[in-house]
Design a protein around this ligand. Structure first.
Ligand code: HEC
Length: 178
């Protein structure tokens, strides 16, 4: 008798005389990429179980990557592609998509985001935040930290303490003020 409970199908771990090793389970074809584990798991399947190859953040929430010019350049490149459309090229939250009606995100210069840890920013990128959809499936872990480093640079670019400026910048500032 056939009913919903006994169907002509293999259950996990079932034997099968069809294959030489007597197992129904087959290895995935070479070159295929799993979407239920690894980088793509969270956003593509809704399952947990992401295995990030990138190093974990420090317990303080600081980025695991030292800030280098190459990291910042990579971050700027990814930011301009994936984020600037909404967050704006300088991070004020006034990108073109927002000008066309998408909800306006907080400026990166807002105190809350100045104080947020690197890990909190990286998490918002991978898993999304409120109406912002997740980017974990298209921005890999290394690039998320690169973008976070670039966001820090954007914040610094508009909030740098005067005493941190190089002499030539101080001079330019003085001339601008006059
Ligand atoms: C389609 C528009 C859009 C894009 C693209 C986008 N964001 Fe957002 N983002 C938003 C909006 C809107 C919010 C606020 C969401 C809310 O409060 O519901 C937000 C919030 C955030 C936050 C704030 C989280 C907090 O604690 O307030 C961070 C950080 C952030 N985005 C980073 C990024 C980065 C980095 C990228 C690129 C990888 C990106 N976003 C791409 C629209 C976008």
């Amino acid at each position: 008798m056939h009913d919903m409970y006994s169907q002509p199908k293999y259950k996990p771990g079932s034997p099968s005389s069809l294959f030489a090793d007597d197992k129904a389970a087959r290895k995935p074809p070479e070159g295929t990429l799993p979407i239920a584990t690894g980088e793509r798991a969270g956003p593509s399947s809704g399952r947990l179980g992401r295995v990030d190859a990138a190093p974990a953040p420090a317990s303080s929430g600081a980025s695991p990557y030292p800030v280098t010019l190459a990291l910042l350049q990579r971050g700027r490149n990814r930011y301009d592609i994936y984020c600037a459309g909404c967050h704006g090229l300088a991070g004020e939250g006034n990108g073109m998509i927002v000008q066309r009606g998408f909800p306006r995100p907080l400026s990166y210069l807002d105190d809350r985001l100045l104080r947020a840890t690197d890990a909190a920013l990286a998490h918002a990128i991978s898993d999304g935040y409120g109406v912002m959809y997740p980017f974990g499936d298209r921005v890999d872990a290394h690039d998320r930290w690169a973008i976070v480093a670039y966001i820090r640079a954007l914040q610094l670019s508009q909030r740098a303490p005067v005493e941190h400026l190089a002499p030539q910048d101080l001079k330019a500032l003085g001339e601008g003020a006059r």
